[in-house]
Structures are given as structure tokens and as C-alpha cells.
Write a protein that binds this ligand. Structure first.
Ligand SMILES: [Zn+2]
Length: 339
């Protein structure tokens, strides 16, 4: 296990990078000072909570250890596959570990940036089985606070799943950045690094086997990630048409059909393929069955973008169905968060 002393400087450095990634993409500095406290234990968990003068993260040495171990297994599995099915890294495997770890931090930062802790009346949020509990947690004080907004345990777990998808959404946008045809390899690499953390959390949910789940299925988080990747090349065109106050999207603003087809096969398809390797590396190969075929997943993404589908029965894959189940709670939540 990494020494606690070096873990502190490692996590401080990754946090600093995550904060500058945040400000570079959002266009303003993170609103409050952030500190990170390393916790020495083999368990995987991370907790974020507001403090008087900012935002504090507690992340275990086991979280980094688990990311390292899953990456190692994933790359060993990948090596046994034909070259075109392997995970393509950029640089040293340690950089992949760091990128996955920084995703975990970026995810926590965005819980704060979206306003989740204000909504939760100052309570904390946990990934994994923290000593404070699962999902929405009371991190300090001996007396148990009532649940925010008078929600029951079950309602709060559902709300937490929506908060997870919201922060994933924003953190994905920050980590991937804007579309450019020169960045295909980067998009593919970052998305793969993100999946490592999502599937580790899925493995934790399955291992704990609690009556209530606190994180959406990895298949649902993957569905949102793939949806983002699919949309990515069209976003600059949509923005441009919006800025020019056009009531339609001129075809010449979009990448060519050839570019979009090549992008799907060189970026989106390899990320789907990597998700199967990663599920296996996390010891939950069966979780990948929830993902469904690439054909079904693309049909579900098209159903949203082309037909505005939003009810679970409109979709084929488990991930899209759960996304749709959570959508109405999520819409109300975003309104109460002021978005
Ligand atoms: Zn979270």
C-alpha cells in the first residue's frame, strides 16, 4: 500500500489538477477552497462534505489501491485480446491510474458545484461503504439529523442516484472537454479511465448487497457516458446555431457523415468494448450483461435524441430504462436546485 505521507502529496497534486481542469472548462474558479484528507484503510470509499470554510474530501488509500489493481487486471486481460480489441493507453499505466483517480475527485467536486450539499442541508455524500454510511451521510456530530426534506430512506436513496447522474454528467463534460477531430484518442482514453471508477462502485454495490442501492447501475452510468460521447461532435454545431439564433441546424455546421461514422468506430465502439474488459477486471463480468448490445444501446440513444423518448418502456437496455425511471425525479430535483 502507498505510504500515507506520499498519498497526501499525491492526492493534493491530483486535486490541484482537478481544480484547474474545473476552472479551465467552466470559466471560473471553483467557488470554495477544497482540502483532501487521506484515510488509511484497504476499503474503497470516498466522502465529500461541506465545512465552514469550504469543502472537504476524505479518500481512502484503498480507493487508489483498488483503482491501481483494477487497471492492472484490465490491462493484463486486454493483452490477451487481438490488438484491435485492446485498451489503448496514452503513455504510462500510472497516468491511467491517476486519470481514474482524478475522475473520482472531479465527480466529488461537481457534487458541490451543482449545489447538492446545500440541497441536502449540509449532509455529506459517500461513494462506497464509508464508516458514515452509504449515499447521503451524516459525517459529523453524534445526534442523527432528520433526513433532508422529510424524505424516507428509500426516497433519499433514489434522490441520491439522481445526484450521481447529475454529477457524472457535469464531471464527464469537464474531463472530456469540447469536441475536436484531433482529440479522438483522448476522448476514448478519458472515457475508459472514467469507467474504471464506475465499475468499481458497481462491484461495491453488488458486494454489499444492501436492500437499497445508492448508485445507479454501472450500465446506466455507462449509458449516460456513451450518450455524451455520441452527442459530443454535434455540440459545437448546436451551440453555433443557437448563438446565431437560427431555428434549424445547417448540415454544413456538423462534421461530415464520414467523420461521424469513423468517430463511432474509433471512439465510441472501443469504449463499449473496454467496459466489458473493465467489468471482468472488477470481478463482476455479469454486470456487463445489463449493458446490452451496442446495437440496442445506440437505438436507445437515438430514441432520446431523435424521438425525445423518456419512458422506461420506450427503451431496450437496462441502463436506458433506469435512466428513464429516474428522469422525472431528476427533473424536479434540478428545478429545486435552481437549474
Ligand atoms: Zn457521487
Amino acid at each position: 500500500m502507498i505510504e500515507l505521507f506520499s498519498y497526501q502529496s499525491y492526492s493534493d497534486a491530483v486535486l490541484e489538477n482537478s481544480l484547474s481542469r474545473y476552472s479551465g472548462r467552466v470559466g471560473e474558479a471553483f467557488p470554495v477552497p477544497v482540502t483532501i484528507s487521506p484515510i488509511e484503510t484497504d476499503s474503497f470509499w470516498a466522502v465529500g462534505y461541506p465545512v465552514k470554510d469550504g469543502f472537504r474530501l476524505e479518500v481512502t488509500t484503498g480507493a487508489l489501491g483498488r483503482i491501481q489493481a483494477v487497471w492492472e487486471t484490465a490491462l493484463a486481460l486486454s493483452d490477451t485480446l487481438p490488438p484491435e480489441q485492446q485498451i489503448a493507453l496514452i503513455g504510462h499505466p500510472d497516468h491511467a491510474v491517476e486519470t481514474s483517480f482524478s475522475w473520482l475527485l472531479q465527480h466529488e467536486l461537481n457534487h458541490h458545484a451543482i449545489g447538492h450539499f446545500t440541497y441536502l442541508d449540509g449532509m455529506g455524500l459517500a461513494e462506497g461503504n464509508s464508516p458514515y454510511g452509504l449515499g447521503v451521510v451524516q459525517h459529523t456530530g453524534k445526534r442523527k439529523k432528520p433526513k433532508p426534506h422529510g424524505l424516507s430512506e428509500r426516497e433519499l436513496a433514489e434522490v441520491h442516484m439522481c445526484l450521481e447522474l447529475q454529477t457524472d454528467h457535469d464531471a464527464i463534460d469537464i474531463v472530456l472537454g469540447a469536441y475536436s477531430s484531433e482529440n479522438w484518442l483522448l476522448f476514448r482514453y478519458y472515457a475508459t479511465c472514467i469507467l474504471i471508477v464506475m465499475f468499481i462502485i458497481e462491484a461495491e454495490e453488488r458486494r454489499l448487497d444492501e436492500p437499497l442501492r445508492h448508485h445507479p447501475l454501472a450500465a446506466t452510468r455507462l449509458f449516460q457516458l456513451i450518450g455524451h460521447l455520441v452527442e459530443l461532435p454535434t455540440i459545437p454545431a448546436i451551440k453555433r446555431a443557437y448563438e446565431e439564433k437560427l431555428d434549424h441546424l445547417p448540415a454544413e455546421y456538423l462534421p461530415t457523415a464520414d467523420e461521424l461514422v469513423a468517430y463511432r468506430s474509433e471512439v465510441v465502439a472501443p469504449v463499449m468494448a473496454a467496459s466489458q474488459i473493465i467489468a471482468e477486471a472488477c470481478g463482476i463480468a455479469e454486470a456487463w450483461d445489463d449493458v446490452g448490445s451496442a446495437e440496442d444501446m445506440f437505438a436507445d440513444i437515438d430514441a432520446i435524441t431523435l424521438d425525445q423518448a423518456d419512458s422506461p418502456s420506450d427503451f431496450n437496455t437496462k441502463g436506458a430504462k433506469q435512466w428513464a425511471e429516474l428522469k422525472s425525479i431528476n427533473t424536479d430535483l434540478l428545478k429545486s436546485l435552481g437549474w
